[in-house]
Design a protein around this ligand. Structure first.
Ligand code: OGA
Ligand code: FE
Length: 267
């Protein structure tokens, strides 16, 4: 067996200017206000560490999780895939109940809409308020209030649809994401729905202590599962993430195609 090649890279990370509140219009990005503060950062190959990761400690894990779903644009198959994502989160966290919302296909192919482009910019979607909004949307009223009184987490399940060759996703170890560096972000018309009320999350301002990771050559049978919010303020709460340009991307690289499903786990 040969030694695995370690693919640490350097790339420019789009942080938010410290102190600025951003307004993001994913359906028409030119309308957004998102003052960017670019910093070159090291993005480490997480593969050698995969077995040591845990959601409680790092905020994210990488798991082998093949899926039978091949056509994510088919409503019935997508629904089936969302059930699978909920199951992954239940298995990984031991939650009592897991619901999902906002599945999103992304591509940087030239015919992709603004809505579905990779998200370049260090952010965390979403915070407490939007998690409560979604809970009230997804559960009966009395159950929603009961669940919100107890511990709950927002967890994203992200996977490639084809091997990632361009615009990979970087995640920031949640141990190195400090609340003082998070600034409000309002998402207007998010999740492909122009009429939806604003979603609230955070953008990340630069801190030299951030530890960024990526999964080189990430495969369609692998899933990145990362925690975006935890109602327990003592726990690791916010796994920031962003698409980035890998400097080693060949010019003929296939477009990124990925699917992410947001889940809420209740305990
Ligand atoms: C996400 C996200 C960005 C991307 O899954 O929440 O921000 O480029 N993804 O896939
Ligand atoms: Fe995100």
């Amino acid at each position: 067996m040969g030694e695995a090649i370690i693919c640490d890279v350097e790339s420019v990370m789009k942080y938010v200017v410290r102190g600025e509140k951003a307004t993001f219009h994913p359906g028409d990005r030119s309308k957004s206000y998102w003052p960017v503060d670019e910093h070159r950062v090291k993005i480490r190959d997480v593969r050698p560490k995969i077995r040591e990761l845990s959601i409680e400690r790092n905020g994210f894990v990488v798991v082998d999780e093949p899926t039978c779903v091949t056509d994510f644009t088919d409503a019935a198959e997508l629904k089936r895939y969302c059930r699978q994502a909920e199951g992954v989160v239940r298995r990984l966290t031991g939650a009592d109940k897991v619901v999902s919302f906002g599945p999103m296909l992304r591509s940087n192919a030239t015919d992709a809409t603004d809505h579905n482009q990779p998200a370049f910019g260090a952010h965390v979607d979403y915070g407490e308020e939007s998690v409560a909004d979604f809970t009230r949307e997804l559960l009966p009223p009395d159950e929603a209030e009961r669940r919100l009184e107890r511990r709950h987490m927002l967890i994203n399940v992200w996977r490639p649809i084809v091997m990632v060759e361009s615009a990979p996703l970087a995640v920031c170890d949640a141990r190195t994401v400090w609340c003082e560096d998070l600034f409000d972000s309002e998402v207007v018309g998010g999740l492909g729905d122009f009429n939806r009320r604003s979603l609230w999350g955070f953008n990340l301002a630069y801190h030299p202590g951030h530890r960024w990771y990526w999964v080189p050559h990430m495969q369609p049978w692998e899933a990145l599962v990362f925690k975006l919010f935890d109602s327990d303020p003592e726990a690791i709460q916010f796994t920031a993430h962003s698409a980035f340009d890998d400097p080693n991307t060949p010019p003929d690289a296939a477009p990124r195609q990925s699917i992410e499903v947001r889940t809420i786990a209740y305990f």
